[in-house]
Design a binder for this molecule. Structure first.
Ligand code: GDP
Length: 447
């Protein structure tokens, strides 16, 4: 049995009620010592009792006490929840009384960590609890709820079972070779299975990319040399005068962070400073920040000016963004065309408010947001999970390459086991203690 812990589970401040949560060894007996009302030792699980919390014979608060007997509680340990009047002072007094009677203060996330360690939930479900708390749109909330109902676990376990079957068949063949040589086995068993698994994981990752954008938005940088109309575009998108618009080149000197929704896609604008070679010191800072923004951005909106020929700077920007997800916008379509550009672009005129619809359509096309289907559940939405899946995929690609080079099957098996291990870290099966501790420390107190 684990030590008895307690914590205030509701936000710090005055409210209608505050809830203090307890869990662990002798929780019910300990609370009973300071409870005046029904004998809690005789209370059935999942019942609520009315009474008072007393300390040194003095009544501190009028409360309702909920009893959860092991293993039917969130942590699987015996657990008591005390609903107090929502005063800061009175709630703290109840907490103090608990601390004097066998409880210690819980660490952040300790209740959920216990639920995980006691195998009531796996790591993806614990993370889903956090994702529910931090969700700020319907898609994020539904996705977190899917994960809480084990959608991620099932996805990962299915892949791991297939990997395990493959590992087992390799081991059997190493021990009792039914094939004449190892090369036949790799060709007939390992290579087709690896190819199948790699294809499945690639599909999951592709869906994950789309779901990540649907849930968290896409980090976007609007770039272009001064005076092409970046601030004007930003303003028209934001529909408010947040950025400074001026005809003097290079006035957009600082980072403007904003979030806007276009065609159902949330654009998280990470930097809007202009890019140009200049001697002005302040602008130099803006320029280096813009270059940094390009490297941080998942999507680049590169703005060019229809009424001018391409400058060296435009060409440089086209070059450094060529491998990025990008949309080229040629602004000022209301002016005579001087630009000569031999690639796909969106025609825009902020002045005439023309072309915004095309930009929206392009954004939907490039993010594939319309392909996102919450019910398909063949995706990961948590960044840590996606990183681990990439790691597993990488190991399988190494294994496949090794097969094709006729390398030793024992060596190939190591990479396949690495993939199995990386996937295990997603659900917590093979996760190191350090990772577990770090994950739970990010939870709130009382969670
Ligand atoms: P930035 O330096 O790239 O942020 O450019 P601004 O947004 O400050 O715009 C520079 C100048 O171009 C301003 O005088 C704007 O009014 C003007 N401008 C922006 N978009 C258009 C457009 O579509 N047509 C015309 N004719 N002028 C524009």
């Amino acid at each position: 049995m684990e030590e008895a812990i307690c914590a205030i589970a509701t936000p710090y401040g005055v409210g209608a009620i505050s809830i203090i949560r307890t869990s662990g060894f002798k929780s019910i007996e300990n609370v009973n010592k300071i409870f005046k009302g029904k004998n809690l030792l005789k209370a059935e699980s999942h019942t609520i009792s009315y009474g008072h919390i007393v300390d040194d014979g003095n009544i501190i608060d009028e409360v309702m006490v909920s009893i959860f007997r092991a293993p039917k509680s969130f942590t699987t340990e015996e657990s008591v929840e005390i609903s107090c009047h929502g005063g800061i002072f009175s709630t703290n007094k109840v907490l103090e009384a608990l601390l004097k009677n066998g409880f210690r203060l819980a660490l952040p996330g300790e209740f959920t960590k216990r639920a995980f360690l006691n195998k009531r939930i796996d790591l993806t479900q614990a993370e889903a609890v956090m994702d529910i708390i931090s969700s700020n749109n319907n898609i994020a909330l539904k996705s977190a709820n899917n994960s809480l109902r084990k959608s991620t676990t099932i996805l990962i376990e299915t892949l791991r079972e297939k990997l395990l079957t493959l590992i087992a068949s390799i081991e059997v063949n190493i021990d009792y070779p039914e094939y004449d040589d190892a090369i036949t086995m790799t060709n007939e068993i390992v290579i087709p299975n690896l190819k199948q698994l790699i294809a499945e994981m690639n599909i999951i990752l592709e869906h994950s990319q789309i779901s990540k954008i649907a849930i968290h938005g896409i980090k976007t940088a609007i770039i272009g040399r001064p005076n092409v109309g970046k601030s004007s575009i930003l303003n028209i998108l934001l529909d408010e005068e947040k950025a400074i618009v001026s005809s003097i080149a290079g006035t957009t000197r600082d980072t403007i962070e904003a979030e806007l929704s276009l065609g159902g896609v949330t654009l998280k604008l990470i930097d809007t400073a202009g890019i140009r070679e200049t001697t002005d010191e302040v602008e130099q800072i803006g320029i280096s920040r813009s270059k940094k923004a390009i490297s941080e951005a998942e999507l680049v909106l590169l703005v060019l000016d229809n009424s001018e020929e391409l400058t060296l700077m435009d060409k440089e920007l086209l070059e450094i963004t060529k491998n990025k997800k990008r949309i080229i916008i040629v602004n000022k379509q209301d002016l005579n065309k001087k630009i000569n550009l031999d690639m796909d672009y969106i025609k825009l005129s902020v002045k005439d408010k023309n072309g915004l619809h095309d930009l929206e359509k392009k954004l939907i096309e490039i993010t594939k947001i319309n392909e996102f289907n919450l019910d398909d559940q063949n995706y990961l939405s948590n960044t840590r999970h996606i990183a681990k899946m990439n790691e597993a995929l990488n190991s399988l690609n190494i294994a496949l390459k090794a097969c094709k080079n006729n390398e030793l099957i024992d060596m190939i098996e190591i990479d396949i086991k690495n993939a199995w291990q990386a996937l295990g870290e997603i659900i917590g099966d093979t996760a190191p203690d350090l990772l577990i501790n770090e994950l739970f420390s990010k939870f709130c107190l009382g969670k």
